[in-house]
Ligand binder design. Structure first.
Ligand code: GLN
Length: 534
């Protein structure tokens, strides 16, 4: 079978859930036994989002091979239940970087280097290479941004050319738009969709399928109107209605035969899909019998997208524990005294301190750790959340007053968290942290070992600072156990304290490997313990 290319574009406004729609189509096709991969195009000029502020971009997702990526890659991995790599995310920055490097090497043999064909060829080769290197049946490429954006144009031009290169039987265009319900008029408005499709057609792309995001189901008349004005068959006007559980979207698409339509258009013949486990998950997610409330204590809490993978990992673990997840967002910058602590954390079942950069909110996080330790509330620290746990333990249990990370205080007399020697020389910021998968050896009889039920794991990292080896002995003597370490024993990957129902943290980010059908064990046990303890 020839490789098939599906392109997902978006119109009208951003944040319509293009990533989820793309992931849902991926899951549906995968459930037919096809080898599917998903790819995200980000039209910004940054080479990757690693250097962007979370308020600009939301979470930076990290792949196993250490690429700092758009958060949609997280959705792709969770829906496909497979791990992707750096080739699955392209940015304008990467494309130009590569073309300019080739130009400097003289590879264009004296030609004028232009957007068409040089930039567009580079884009197309990034799409087709992904198919070749992984032997995939279907590549689904999501074009970030909204149709009409200046920076998205070279990508849409490349996408248009793909049909010319590979034929209609091997390419498909799917467009996601908004169909708003106007309360005053008491009707859905199709005009924004019409404009958005017109814009796409002006570029030369006629969508094959429209996904219409709406509050509730569209009527037959509305679908007919959209079909007529947008030149799309009525059955190909698919409703992408708002749902409570994102993992239900593939099932809603299937109900409208989106999967069959795609297979027919691409000439793929397959038997029934296998979605039994997925359906069971959605069913369980929608009718849990208890509630678990978790406080997420970070400094980017106004922007939930900054903690996307954590939210999803908690959700997967809650479903597996038959519980409805309730999140309480705590701005660690505002936790200044006992009253604030009690108000924020008194009633929750478990406390999570996520990763982060920079000093703002750190002292609040340390107060939160003290509270969790003394009150014996289940605590999970991730990355910076582990570093705060070590600082707290050093200060309050080991008598190292003023202990800190050199990230926040470079003249501290107890630098319990410090830069690795290898990190000191680094001048460039982009892509230079300790990134991606690293193995971690788990100590016998520890909580970590019980959680993972094996003695070696691999998890993903994104940090510059580490537990300072000089203080390990002192911390351990007072009961802070480093139950996960790099295989050579030099890097501390997991810290825990005995005599507490659940007080553990990881230098890595277990949230990146959690999947609906396979929750990450750290999250699973955190939720389990939170339900049991309170
Ligand atoms: N700022 C810390 C470091 O660089 C923690 C990073 C994180 O939490 N991802 O090590």
């Amino acid at each position: 079978m020839d490789t098939k290319y599906i392109f997902v574009t978006g119109g009208v406004v951003s944040s319509l859930g293009k990533g989820i729609a793309t992931s849902s189509i991926g899951l549906l096709l995968k459930s037919y036994g096809l080898n599917v991969t998903l790819q995200k195009i980000d039209p910004y000029i940054n080479v990757d989002p690693g250097t962007m502020n979370p308020y600009q971009h939301g979470e930076v997702f990290v792949t196993q091979d250490g690429a700092e990526c758009d958060l949609d890659l997280g959705h792709y991995e969770r829906f496909l239940n497979s791990s992707l790599s750096r080739e699955n995310n392209i940015t304008t920055g990467q494309i130009y970087f590569s073309v300019i490097t080739k130009e400097r090497r003289g590879e264009y043999l004296g030609k004028t280097v232009q957007v068409v064909p040089h930039i567009t060829n580079e884009i197309k080769s990034r799409i087709t290479q992904l198919a070749d290197s992984n032997n995939v049946d279907v590549v689904i490429t999501e074009v970030g941004g909204t149709v009409g954006d200046i920076e998205g144009q070279p990508f849409l031009e490349a996408v248009r050319q793909m049909r010319l290169d590979y034929g209609k039987e091997n390419t498909m265009y799917i467009h996601l738009t908004l169909v708003p319900f106007i309360k005053a008029a008491r009707e859905f408005k199709t005009k924004p969709t019409q404009h958005s499709v017109r814009e796409l057609r002006a570029i030369g792309i006629q969508p094959d399928i429209l996904l219409c995001r709406s509050d509730s189901w569209l009527t037959a008349d509305e679908r007919k109107k959209i079909s007529l004005f947008c030149n799309v068959p009525i059955d190909a006007v698919i409703d992408a209605i708002d749902v409570e559980c994102i993992y239900e979207i593939p099932l809603i698409f299937r109900q409208q035969k989106l999967d069959q339509m795609i297979l027919a258009s691409l000439g793929i013949e397959r038997d029934e899909p296998d979605l039994a486990e997925w359906e069971l998950f959605v069913q369980k997610a929608k009718s849990p019998s208890r509630v678990v409330e978790i406080a997420v204590c970070g400094k980017y809490v106004e922007l939930r997208d900054a903690y996307k993978s954590i939210m999803e990992a908690l959700y997967h673990a809650a479903v597996a524990n038959d519980a409805r997840l309730k999140l309480k967002w705590i701005d660690s910058d505002r936790i200044e005294d006992e009253i604030a602590l009690e108000n924020a954390l008194g009633m929750v079942n478990g406390i999570l301190v996520p990763g982060g950069f920079g000093i703002r909110g750190v002292e609040g996080k340390i107060r939160i750790v003290t509270y969790a330790r003394n009150r014996k509330k289940p605590y999970l620290g991730l990355c910076l959340g582990m570093q705060c746990m070590v600082i707290e333990y050093a200060r309050h249990v080991c008598g190292m007053k003023g202990a800190n990370s050199t990230e926040f205080d470079d003249s501290t007399i107890y630098p319990v968290i410090d830069l690795l020697p290898g990190q000191r020389k680094i001048k460039n910021m982009g892509g230079t942290m300790r990134l991606g998968n690293y193995p971690c050896k788990l100590e016998a009889h520890s909580l970590a070992r019980k959680i993972y039920a094996k003695n070696m794991v691999e998890e993903r990292h994104r940090h510059r600072y580490e537990v300072n080896p000089k203080y390990i002995k002192r911390l351990s003597e007072k009961g802070l156990i480093f139950s996960g370490r790099s295989p050579n024993g030099k890097l501390m990957e997991i810290a825990e304290v005995r005599g507490h129902p659940f007080f553990i943290s990881t230098q890595f980010h277990p949230e990146f490997t959690s999947r609906p059908l396979a929750p990450n064990p750290v999250f699973y046990h955190f939720i389990k313990s939170s339900l049991e303890t309170f």
